[in-house]
Design a protein around this ligand. Sequence first.
Ligand SMILES: [Zn+2]
Length: 423
Amino acid sequence: MSRYSLSHLADGRLFQELPHIAAVDRATTADLLAHLAEVEVRGLFAVAGYSSMFAYCTEHLKYSDAAAHKRITACRVAHDHPVLFDMVVDGRMSLTTIIALSAKLPTPDAAGLIEECAGKSRSEIEWILAKRFPKPEMFEWGTSSESGAQQAPDNSVNGIAPGRLVPSESQESGSIAAPAKPDARLTPLSEDRVALQVTISRATQQKLERAKELLGYEVAAGDAAALLDRALDALIVELEKKKYGKHTKHRAESAPESADPHYIPSAIREEVAKRDGEQCAFVSDDGKRCESRHALEFDHIVPVTKGGATNADNLRLICHAHNQLEADRKLGKQFMNSKRRPKASPKPEPKPVLKFPFEDDLRAALTTLQYTRAEISIGLCASARLAPEATCEQRMKAALEALRTPHAKKLAFAKAPASGAPA
Ligand SMILES: [Zn+2]
């Protein structure tokens, strides 16, 4: 049995050992940082034949670029502020939080700053730093990626201290450009300002340009934040109008907007939304009111099907989860389930697909390496011959070795495009 298979351990033993292992890990990290700092101070990496601590760490100590960068940055900071070693040991600081702090520590109140950040998460530390060291705004309208508009103005937040013998941020992440992330990044800049970094499509950029044209001088050139603010104002008005009947000239009661008994006139929607404070009105048996404001729905307290009226007294705002719960309570769970899950037509039996472990991963990797389908087939066949417990790395190695043989090259060249799947 592998020493890392712990399925035989009792729960109590597992829980007893884990905190001890974590404590040893923290102590080891502190020792490691101290040793790295001393090796650098003494210049021993050069004595050992390395051009920098970074080269020593990656080539001799076998750290990845990112791991080496992280440890070198942290060891330098901890060397300058030895209290950090003890904080690593007792868990109040980690490599990540030391790095978050690193660029701001050359400050007269370093001790105070460290104490304030002790025990905090990285995001909490970013807020503390933004409060203590407010930064200028992040973007200007009209700048382009060529001028660096998509980069943070100060890499120091990410712990990339300039002038060190360590890779730049781009080197750290490898030479292959990382794909654009679709999610927005919010970075606190000061107490009431946040930088928003987001990748947009070309179409969205054209909409921004169009909005800028139409606004003319109403928004100062370069003020993307003001433009976004105006756009969100307009969107919020539109959504409030649609959902809660706000900003609407309501029709007179004598002129109903729909004959549908479920339809809720805009005046009633607005009244209910105002009364409920645009918050889910569900209250638990012990008096806890739901705090959700997300995707609220209007709920007939007495269902229309049971004679409930569509008026403010019989309506409330409720979140989706509580709407489902209330529907179950009022109409019966069985009935609601029958409504929620219409009988699906029986699915045809899926054809059994026999694959060996990591087959899809290997196929993707070999495709990325631009092997032909025939070559991929040869590589996968070689991998498939390994024992079921073989790791992904072992299978990849077997595939590449098979592809290196002259016989395989000849076969791949001669073979017509195949399915790519092993036998
Ligand atoms: Zn709710």
